[in-house]
Design a protein around this ligand. Structure first.
Ligand code: FE2
Ligand code: FE2
Length: 190
């Protein structure tokens, strides 16, 4: 795959700030992948594509989503979530990305899920902590997870996301609950 071509495409599709976020996520994902022994090449592709569909029109997203096996579920939740499965769909259809793990990493980068692969966790974490992120508590989160096993990093990140969502009375997507519960159970067993 010609990654420069993907970058050019992204630059056209996304506002400048979002494009730069994508580059920082990709960079962060590659470093984390290297640290934890995940394929850096796969992390790069998943990182580049993770927000591919982020700025598509809501109606267009919904139309594409109709072909998704979880359409009924996604359609009941916030449109903010739709770019993730559609991004995976377009990476496959427009760029021939066939690798299931890469596609899943794109698909679940916003919600997480139970039984995430290592690559999925790398992309989820990189999206949350890339150096451009400025939310309250981000520095503490970065320090807390730095150098920790990937699974523990993911536990901290999903807990952080839950705190954030609950504080805002946000509706929580079922896969995110599954992810959170899995990590809390694992921690209790330790
Ligand atoms: Fe996203
Ligand atoms: Fe993102």
């Amino acid at each position: 795959m010609d990654l420069q071509q993907v970058k050019n495409d992204l630059e056209q599709r996304l506002p400048k700030a979002r494009y730069e976020h994508v580059l920082r996520v990709t960079d962060t994902a590659k470093k984390l992948a290297e640290e934890v022994g995940v394929s850096v090449e796969k992390a790069e592709i998943a990182g580049l594509f993770h927000d591919y569909a982020k700025f598509m029109d809501k109606d267009e997203l919904l139309e594409l989503l109709k072909r998704d096996e979880e359409y009924e579920l996604y359609a009941q939740y916030h449109a903010e979530l739709w770019h993730a499965p559609v991004g995976a769909m377009l990476a496959k259809e427009r760029y021939g990305v066939e690798d299931h793990d890469i596609l899943q990493a794109i698909r679940f980068h916003t919600t997480g899920r139970a039984e995430m692969s290592e690559l999925e966790k790398v992309i989820y974490i990189a999206d949350l902590i890339e150096p451009g992120r400025k939310f309250p508590g981000i520095e503490e989160l970065r320090q807390r997870i730095d150098g920790e096993p990937l699974e523990d990093q993911m536990t901290e990140c999903i807990q952080h996301t839950f705190k954030f969502l609950v504080q805002r009375y946000a509706v929580i997507f079922p896969h995110s609950f599954d992810c959170y519960n899995e990590h809390v159970r694992r921690r209790k067993e330790q």
